[in-house]
Design a protein around this ligand. Structure first.
Ligand code: G3P
Length: 218
């Protein structure tokens, strides 16, 4: 499973990229607004840190605007992936940009029917939002299961399922069990994946007992 970091915070991205476990980055207008910085400058800086796909979302909602913005954003760096919303204009933009060889991440996906259309439109990634479905009492992971199952019926579909709106390590594990290709994680959730109290307890005991030997390895 690939791990993307879901943030516009370049310090967080730099820190997590140093682990060697980061395969890409996703941003969205909300995450960019939270940085208080210029969008194009943030994307350029992220692309200089991470080699993998960096999703930069268009702001326009009409086809012509999405195409103009997508063609501008892809000039920033070779690993820019254009993010478009799952609307008819977004699907048309996805088809046009993917036909031009540009990676496209179709976002704000909340149904299997939408995901099927995104695959037909040539999306590189589809971003089903699991947390926001859970937030309204629906079952976000059931959507992931449906999309993975449907895509698996058609070898011609190369669109990768990018699990988004992730709220906890449980979402990550459940998505991995289902065979989702990518999970995009808030920095906090990515860090939580490594934590377990018994690991901390066990390490403390190892450190204490090793100290009692009075030995050094180097
Ligand atoms: O960036 C896409 C998605 O992961 C954002 O989800 O629900 O945390 O705003 P959310």
């Amino acid at each position: 499973m690939k791990f993307f970091v879901d943030t516009g915070d370049v310090d967080e991205i730099r820190d997590l990229d140093a682990t060697g476990l980061v395969d890409g980055v996703t941003t969205n207008p909300t995450l960019i607004a939270q940085t208080g910085r210029n969008f194009l400058e943030v994307v350029e800086e992220i692309c200089s840190i991470v080699d993998g796909p960096v999703s930069a979302e268009v702001a326009a909602t009409d086809l012509d605007g999405m195409l103009a913005e997508g063609r501008r954003l892809r000039e920033i760096a070779g690993n820019v992936c254009i993010k478009v919303p799952l609307t008819w204009d977004g699907l048309k933009a996805c088809k046009a940009l993917s036909d031009e060889g540009t990676q496209v991440n179709v976002t704000l996906c909340f149904s299997a029917a939408q995901a099927l259309l995104a695959a037909k439109a040539g999306a590189t990634f589809i971003s089903p939002f699991v947390g926001r479905l859970d937030d309204i009492g629906a079952d976000g992971m059931e959507l992931i299961s449906d999309v993975v199952e449907i895509y698996s019926q058609y070898p011609a579909i190369t669109t990768e399922v990018l699990v988004a709106s992730v709220r906890s390590p449980n979402h990550v594990i459940d998505a991995a069990r289902m065979g989702a290709h990518v999970a995009t994680l808030p920095p906090k959730v990515l860090r939580q994946l490594a934590l377990h109290p018994l690991t901390d307890k066990g390490l403390a005991a190892f450190v204490k007992d090793w100290a009692s030997t009075g030995q050094k390895i180097v």
